[in-house]
Design a protein around this ligand. Structure first.
Ligand code: ATP
Ligand code: MG
Length: 210
């Protein structure tokens, strides 16, 4: 049976989808985004399909696709839907790995009383935390690490995205007591090939398969 990994982040827009595409592509994994809020600008699943180089059947269908790019609890309410945490059980482990991307950050509500981090705590799957490198990341990262640890979610480590800010990265990992998995630099143009190469240079695959 193969690894199932959760990719979460310190915030929305930190680069979870780009990182997930690199990770899923490199692991030759399945990718699953259980809750997609907002569809007009394209979905994360479509972005991963494009960036990972994986064949279409590796991109599993979302459990909820909501119309509004907002917090899932609110986007669901607008669509007249209630997200049930029981409906978000991850697919069983298969012979190939699975990369699961959460929506937004850890403390994002899926309904009136459940956060995404509560769902991850139920799953007990290892979690990779994606974080920006830019100003503000120390606070966001340490708060996120505390939320993960409080719920006894196994934390693989932290994956930084952006330009190098070595001191921020160092102090987060020291005080947070987490592994620095690597840093994905800004890529321009952001292509599947450039992403695959940057991931190979910046991360050790064995950190994700143990
Ligand atoms: N390494 C990178 N190089 C260049 N652009 C990047 C990189 N990482 C992320 N981006 C860009 O930053 C934006 C946000 O990235 P991404 O969609 O991966 O964030 P996210 O955390 O998945 O957001 P959401 O919370 O909406 O799921 C996108 O436009 C993406 O193309
Ligand atoms: Mg995303």
């Amino acid at each position: 049976m193969s690894t199932r990994l959760v990719v979460s982040g310190t915030d929305t827009d930190v680069g979870k989808t780009v990182f997930s595409a690199a990770l899923a592509g490199t692991l030759d994994a399945d990718y699953w985004k259980p809750v997609q809020a907002g569809r007009d600008d394209g979905t994360d699943a479509l972005r991963v399909a494009r960036l990972s180089g994986l064949p279409p059947e590796r991109i599993l269908p979302e459990r909820y696709i909501l119309n509004t790019p907002a917090s899932p609890h609110y986007a669901a309410r607008i669509d007249g839907v209630t997200i049930d945490a029981n409906d978000l059980a991850p697919p069983p482990a298969k012979e190939r790995p699975l990369v699961i991307e959460g929506a937004g950050g850890l403390m994002v509500p899926i309904n009136e009383d459940t956060l995404f981090s509560d769902v991850f705590a139920r799953w007990k799957l290892p979690l990779v935390l994606c974080a920006r490198t830019t100003l503000g990341t120390i606070n966001h990262s340490l708060l996120s690490i505390e939320a993960v640890k409080r719920r006894d979610i196994p934390l693989v480590g932290i994956a930084f995205i952006g330009e190098e800010y070595a001191e921020s990265e160092r102090i987060i990992c020291k005080i947070g007591g987490v592994r620095h998995l690597g840093r994905l630099p800004p890529l321009s143009p952001l292509t599947s090939e450039a992403l695959r190469a940057a991931f190979a240079t910046s991360f050790n695959l064995s950190d994700f398969t143990a």
